[in-house]
Design a protein around this ligand. Structure first.
Ligand code: MSP
Length: 521
């Protein structure tokens, strides 16, 4: 059995989860679900990044011990994942004591390679990014370009540095030899250009901070939060309860197939992380895919604009399938995308309630009326436009999922339902019934049911609950959320619906949404 592993970023716990974190995780979950349908053994890693100054300060402001604060926030992320119907396998928390052991071992390896040295660090630090900034990139008044409300802070202290510069040539060779290591293409170009300018070593320890793991060779320092957090991807791969060691962590699931991240943290993943792994003589991840940023009504979401969308409110109002569908179908993963509530409601109603839901509903009514509530028996093979479109669809959709083109996978699958509705009107099965054209009627109804089934199956990684309702009405006793996967080799093909199968009475599979104003000002 092939293995497929992928990760979301480990999210900072300085605040409750926001829509950006929900977005990456929904996409990762859909990819993981697709891989399961294809028959892979799948591991989806998500989790929280809990150390560093930012978290320490937030805990302080809340008057809580950092660990208590982190425990509360980690629970919030897990609660949201549950509501969004995310099926994760590992939730990596960087305050897990096992993670401390992994970080220490990794540090020692890199230390033994001679890649860590003590040096004076001077520079402007953005606590929100947990990153030093070049003076040139700062906004007037020394504000961070990514956090315009946050003023950078001057640091002048001895830090341990990682010899990133030593890996420049190896990184350049990597990008050259594996052009799909960083995706999509514009992101790759960005990284190649950045590295070509020359890589500077970066500091991997902090003085005067105690919320982190101590540097093994000098406990007056703690390990820099990013050095610590990236290693959380390895710790996550330990089996539950397994004693921590790097050897155990990389044994089964490393290297992961995809690190799915947002474009703002690309440099850490595509430059720093591979260099750290090269230094520790560990294999590199196979692919890094950076998605774009979400805006609200065309504007960046921010507290000062008061236009932050709370994913808890969204999912409570609209349900998980609707959100997953909108964000994964309407926005090309890799490009920036916008959330506008009216468009959201319109899209989801048009696609899920009308195109998919009505197709099944109308067809089931006819099947109950004319075919005794059973999938009609038909002459094989069927030759009609739906069969023709459906015959290649499984393969096309699979390719789209494999390229992480979730929007395309959705459009292709939905396209079948749209064609089916149109074709139903053209064929007018109710007329065929009147004229007694029973064979033709059976053939038409079979193809319509089959179109609904295949579309539901191919969309199940994105809208598992709607797909489950559709499958159950088509007479299958399955639940896409719980049951072992229905094999793609069979269900991803046109013609899998067994003639004679009893179908259920039609029930709405997706309740139309109304617009609720949920934006908080
Ligand atoms: N803790 C680090 C990641 C460490 S991974 C070893 C971090 N955390 S984060 O919580 O700040 O960000 C997590 C993810 O949310 C990033 O991938 C980021 O791109 C994403 N998003 C934050 N705001 C976003 C939008 N407005 N839109 C889409 N994604 C955004 O960085």
């Amino acid at each position: 059995m092939a293995r497929f592993s992928l990760t979301t970023p480990l999210y900072y716990v300085n605040a409750r989860p926001h829509l950006g974190s929900a977005y990456t995780t929904m996409a990762a979950d859909a990819l993981a679900r697709f891989a399961r349908l294809r028959g892979d053994q799948v591991l989806l890693v998500t989790g929280t990044d809990e150390h560093g100054q930012k978290i320490q300060r937030t805990a302080q402001e809340r008057g809580l011990a950092p660990q208590v604060h982190c425990d509360q926030m980690a629970a919030e992320f897990q609660a949201l994942w549950e509501k969004l119907n995310i099926r994760w396998h590992r939730f990596s928390r960087t305050t897990d004591p096992r993670h401390g052991v992994i970080v220490q071992e990794f540090f020692q390896r890199v230390w033994a390679r001679g890649d860590i040295y003590l040096h004076q660090q001077q520079g402007w630090y953005c606590v929100a990014c947990e990153e030093f900034k070049d003076e040139r990139e700062l906004l007037p008044g020394r504000f961070c370009p990514l956090h315009p409300q946050v003023q950078v802070e001057w640091r002048d202290e001895p830090n341990y540095f990682f010899r990133l510069s030593r890996y420049q040539a190896q990184l350049e060779a990597l990008y050259q030899q594996q052009p799909d290591f960083i995706q999509p293409e514009p992101r790759r170009n960005e990284v190649v250009k950045f590295v070509a300018q020359g890589l500077a070593d970066f500091s991997i320890s902090r003085l005067h901070l105690d919320w982190g793991f101590p540097v093994p060779v000098d406990p007056s320092h703690v390990i820099y939060v990013w050095f610590d957090a990236l290693l959380g991807y390895l710790t996550a791969l330990l089996e539950p309860g397994e004693p921590p060691s790097l050897a155990a962590a990389v044994r089964t699931w490393w290297p992961v197939d995809v690190h799915l991240i947002g474009k703002d943290i690309l440099r850490f993943h595509a430059v720093y992380w591979p260099a750290m792994l090269l230094s520790a003589e560990l294999p590199l991840p196979k692919r890094i895919f950076a998605h774009g940023f979400l805006t609200k009504d065309g504007q960046k979401m921010s507290k000062s604009l008061g236009n932050i969308l709370d994913p808890f409110d969204l999912v409570a109002t609209y349900g998980s399938d609707a959100l997953r569908y909108y964000f994964l179908k309407e926005i090309e993963l890799g490009k920036d995308g916008d959330f506008n509530e009216e468009r959201f409601v319109q899209t989801v109603n048009a696609d899920l309630a009308n195109d998919l839901g009505n197709l099944l509903n109308r067809t089931l009514k006819l099947v109950h009326k004319y075919c005794d509530g059973r999938v009609p028996t038909i002459p094989v093979p069927q030759e009609n436009p739906l069969a023709e479109y459906g015959r290649h669809l499984g393969e096309q959709v699979a390719q789209a999922y494999e390229r992480l083109a979730l929007h395309q996978a959705c459009s292709l699958a939905l396209g079948l339902a749209q064609r089916a509705n149109k074709w139903m009107d053209e064929q007018a099965p109710w007329q065929l019934a009147k004229t007694g054209a029973q064979t033709q009627l059976a053939a038409v109804l079979y193809s319509l049911l089959e179109a609904a089934r295949l579309a539901a199956y191919l969309l199940s990684p994105v809208i598992p609950q709607t797909s489950t309702r559709m499958y159950q009405q088509l007479g299958y006793a399955v639940d896409f959320d719980h049951d072992p996967p229905l094999a793609y080799g069979e269900h991803g093909q046109w013609g899998a619906l067994p003639p004679g199968q009893a179908v259920a009475p039609p029930e709405p599979v997706f309740t139309r949404l109304g617009t609720a104003k949920i934006i908080k000002f």
